[in-house]
Design a protein around this ligand. Structure first.
Ligand code: ZN
Length: 469
């Protein structure tokens, strides 16, 4: 039992939560009071970046410490089995491992993310997931709704029915909480620490909190048309042509989903505290990517490498409660999560995972050389096949790569060769491209070189291994 006495590790991933919409990061609406309370007990990272703007490569990267181009995952390609995985490594060192995932499209066992987890809750057995039945009901309902609209019947009183019929098919945050807490209760030998991974999907489109949830911002959907825009027709409609009332509905609804998720998280941590389960536990809370809400005329994610999709929230609560309330402003990449986790729990010595521990942020006198750190690389080889921005994705022109360092981010499209450079401290919305102005040239050259060097020096060991196999 080599792991006895080592800290538990709880990794919480909030799917599709963009940092700047959280009051945790100063957003005007109180979208994340529970995260703010947790931040007081740990370390808040202000410039954390995901390695990819969509679920599978982002998760695969922070489970392996590899950059996406080393992993060869794609929209239709699951993670291969020839990379050391964090859960596998921790299990081999005596940890109990369990995963509870709500994203059933790209986090389930068939995406390859379950490797190393002795317990993995993904697909539920629930009648509500019988899609054909729902589609039939929906078709019938759409016909009736059109008829009702034609005769100008007021529909508000049917709202609960609309909500039930058009509600997104998803595993609610409450279910993830219950599954995890149930496992924790019955996990057996408590002398062994655990590594648990939770993925919450409540902020992912369609932006519709569960029936009965109070809409905190805005009135919420009130008519058939509102529901159709928000839920059923969201992918294919041209969001740029929507009226302001629909834009408001969409933004309000996304933020209502954030509030709902935050409330559930708050309940989880209150319960963990009540059970005494937060002691000697490393807690990491992050998002796998963000979300475009009309920025750069884009929507959803997997569309670009701009900040709305790549900058993510990140909290680290150390097992001993140290450095509570600390704020880190340096750019970091989620790719370094495996190195960080193993460093904190004391298993870094023979770690097979590349990357640098975040511990350099709270142990600044360590042996790390600052000039080696702070490169946050991200990539997107192809745009979201669901087409949420109707072809406006920059990735439609070719594979995209970016490198953020310090206050700057360099973005390159390898199809048309377009380069962009932004000063994110002065221009957080990335509206002023510095790549064509004189003042940007030294930084542009430096980041371009760093990116090329990083790509030339990573993945070689994997390529050789693949060829040998
Ligand atoms: Zn995701």
């Amino acid at each position: 039992m080599p792991a006895a006495g080592l800290p538990n590790v709880l990794l919480v991933i909030l799917d599709t939560v963009r940092a700047d919409r959280l009051s945790l990061y100063g957003y005007g609406r109180p979208t994340s009071p529970a995260l703010e309370r947790l931040a007081k007990r740990g370390i808040r990272f202000d410039e954390a970046r995901s390695a990819a703007p969509w679920t599978l490569p982002s998760h695969a990267s922070f489970f392996t410490g590899r950059w996406p181009h080393e992993l060869h995952v794609g929209w239709n390609d699951p993670l291969r089995t020839d990379f050391p995985m964090l859960a596998d490594y921790m299990a081999s060192h005596g940890y109990q491992t369990a995963g509870f995932v709500a994203n059933l499209q790209y986090c389930s066992y068939d995406a390859g993310l379950d490797r190393g987890f002795a317990h993995y809750d993904d697909y539920p057995f629930d009648l509500v997931h019988l899609r054909p039945l729902r589609a039939a009901i929906l078709a019938e309902f759409a016909w009736n709704a059109a008829t009702w609209a034609c005769v100008s019947i007021k529909l508000e009183r049917y709202n609960p029915i609309l909500h039930w019929l058009l509600a997104p098919e998803r595993k609610d945050a409450g279910v993830i909480n219950d599954q995890f807490l149930g496992w924790l209760e019955h996990r057996g030998d408590r002398r062994r620490p655990y590594f648990a991974f939770l993925n919450y999907y409540d902020a992912h489109s369609p932006y519709l909190p569960p029936e009965g949830t109070r809409f905190r911002f805005g009135p919420g959907p009130r008519s058939v048309l509102d529901f159709l825009v928000l839920v059923e027709r969201w992918k294919e409609i041209d969001k740029l042509r929507l009226g302001q009332n629909f834009i408001d509905l969409i933004l309000d609804s996304y933020e209502n989903c954030l509030v709902y998720l935050d409330w559930r998280l708050g309940r989880l941590f209150v319960e963990l505290q009540r059970r005494g389960a937060m002691e000697n536990t490393l807690v990491i809370i992050a998002a796998d990517h963000g979300e475009e809400l009309g920025d750069h005329e884009l929507f959803e994610h997997g569309e670009s490498l701009y900040r709305p999709e790549i900058r993510v929230p990140l909290l680290v609560l150390l097992p001993n409660g140290g450095h509570a309330g600390m704020v880190v402003r340096e750019t970091v990449s989620l790719r370094d999560l495996p190195s960080t986790i193993l460093d904190v729990v004391g298993l870094a010595e023979d770690s097979p995972f590349p990357g640098r521990s975040f511990a350099r942020q709270w142990q600044p006198h360590g042996s790390d050389r600052p000039e080696d750190g702070g490169d946050a690389f991200s990539e997107l080889p192809a745009p979201n096949p669901a087409f949420p921005s109707l072809g406006r994705s920059p990735a439609a022109k070719g594979p995209m790569v970016s490198l953020a360092r310090g206050r700057h981010v360099y973005i390159r499209n390898e199809g048309d060769g377009r380069e962009q450079l932004f000063d994110c401290a002065a221009d957080p919305r990335e509206l002023r491209d510095l790549s064509g102005v004189a003042e940007g040239q030294p930084v542009l050259q430096e980041l371009r070189n760093r990116l090329d060097r990083l790509r030339a020096t990573t993945g070689k060991d994997i390529d050789r291994k693949s060829i040998n196999n």
